[in-house]
Design a protein around this ligand. Structure first.
Ligand code: AMP
Length: 423
């Protein structure tokens, strides 16, 4: 227990961190190019924010939240998603008073009490973006294309974008009633979850993975055929913008997504290499979220992408990640040369920006060479008694086995040139 991480959480160990940095770096780079700035919000918020913002009937809020009381008896919740916290921050800091739209992105851990399995964890990481203050359909296309280009930038090719419109509060409530009427006779045949959803959130029945539920909803009318004029026009314009960019997508009228706050555009990005947990990410427009949590009526749209899933897809698609996390140089000592001498030389190299290290365990020269080899260090600097007296050191290229004697005063410049050439 003591030395086991809690169920559903995972350590990211040093050999794997390079992959994470690569993925996070791509996200940041893509966001910069698309005109987004980073935002960082706390990992916990008042529970109320998620109850109101995400919706009490959603799976996240009803079953999956890590909620606790702090010592001041406040009810707090580890964030299960990023949109409500970012929306809260936008309101709290009155960012609507600044030039609109506000385009932000975040990368960080999220927490859900889910049943852990491959691709599903209790602490996982999301990269997400939010755009506040613009309801133009080209924003919807811009956000979806950012997600697609991010995946392409990671080297993934098995990526499918599914798009739908879930309407607005006006047309959705009429459709919801219509759907309930159509399903009234069939409720008893639905799965347990969907029987529950029939009253609370009937639209979710449409994207239930259960085969029987799928069959029972085969001929029911779809939301896309019952959109109000404004939502229909918006959806057409979103698709047109995507077509103009030459981006492919599938219209999936059954796509609803788990969260309550979506209006108009809802989308999901899937990969067939992921197995059961095929969703890489998803998002949508949420034109009423800000007013729901106590702010003015300001439109918004965003997405969240699961980084563990992105990494799993990269592994499955055998994308090789350019990770160079090795040392440039290793300073070894021979004979009676002291460890402090090696430390001083190491520090001199580091000050010049060369990634360098030395032995700390009093190893023999042979063992130091073995260690440097294991660490895949390219250049070895050997400090020997006689050479040192002459102000010289030996530099060995571990890749091709060549070595030469270099003056200590010119060592940094010499190595800087070698390292540059090797990269
Ligand atoms: P959601 O916030 O539910 O729309 O999820 C967005 C994305 O986050 C999903 O497509 C997944 O890639 C990822 N995700 C959601 N829940 C989990 C989880 N429990 N473990 C790992 N990734 C998750």
């Amino acid at each position: 227990m003591l030395i086991k991480a809690p169920r559903g959480t995972r350590d990211i160990l040093p050999p794997d961190v390079g992959q994470w940095q690569f993925v996070e770096g791509k996200a940041a780079e893509m966001c910069r190019i698309f005109g987004y700035q980073e935002i960082r919000t706390p990992v916990f918020e008042h529970t109320e924010l998620f109850l109101r913002g995400v919706g009490e009937v959603t799976d996240i809020v009803s079953k999956e939240m890590y909620t606790f009381q702090d010592r001041g008896e406040r009810s707090l919740t580890l964030r299960p998603e990023g949109t409500a916290p970012v929306a809260r921050s936008y309101l709290e800091h009155k960012l609507y008073g600044e030039t609109q739209p506000v385009k932000v992105y975040y990368i960080g851990p999220m927490f859900r009490y889910d049943r852990p399995q491959a691709g599903r964890y209790r602490q996982f990481h999301q990269f997400g973006v939010e755009v506040f203050g613009a309801d133009d359909p080209t924003v919807d296309a811009d956000v979806m294309v950012l997600a697609l280009k991010f995946f392409r930038g990671l080297g993934l090719s098995d990526v499918t974008l599914q798009v739908n419109s879930v309407g607005c509060s006006a047309c959705r409530s009429a459709y919801r009633t219509l759907l309930q009427e159509q399903l009234r006779e069939k409720v008893s045949g639905l799965c347990v979850d969907c029987t529950d959803r029939y009253e609370k959130n009937p639209l979710r029945i449409l994207d239930c993975k259960n085969v029987r539920c799928h069959e029972l909803t085969e001929n029911v009318p779809m939301m896309t055929d019952h959109l109000c004029q404004e939502c229909a026009t918006h959806f057409t314009a979103v698709k047109q913008a995507m077509d103009k960019l030459g981006e492919t997508y599938l219209v999936n009228p059954r796509l609803v997504r788990g969260l309550d706050y979506y209006t108009k555009t809802a989308f999901e990005i899937t990969s067939s290499v992921l197995g059961a947990q095929s969703s890489l990410g998803g998002g949508g427009r949420y034109d009423h979220l800000l007013s729901t949590i106590g702010g003015p009526e300001i439109p918004g749209i965003g997405f969240a992408i699961g980084l563990e899933r992105a990494l799993l897809a990269m592994e499955a698609e055998k994308v090789s990640i350019p990770v160079a996390n090795t040392l440039d140089a290793f300073v070894a000592t021979a004979g009676d040369v002291g460890a402090d001498e090696a430390l001083a030389v190491t520090m001199m190299l580091r000050d010049a920006g060369i990634a360098a290290d030395k032995d700390y365990l009093g190893r023999s020269l042979k063992a130091q060479l073995k260690f440097a080899d294991k660490k895949e260090v390219r250049f070895l600097i050997i400090l020997g008694d006689e050479e040192l007296k002459l102000g010289m050191a030996t530099v060995r290229d571990m890749k091709n086995g060549t070595q030469q004697s270099v003056s200590m005063t010119g060592l940094t410049a010499h190595l800087t040139a070698l390292v540059k050439e090797a990269k």
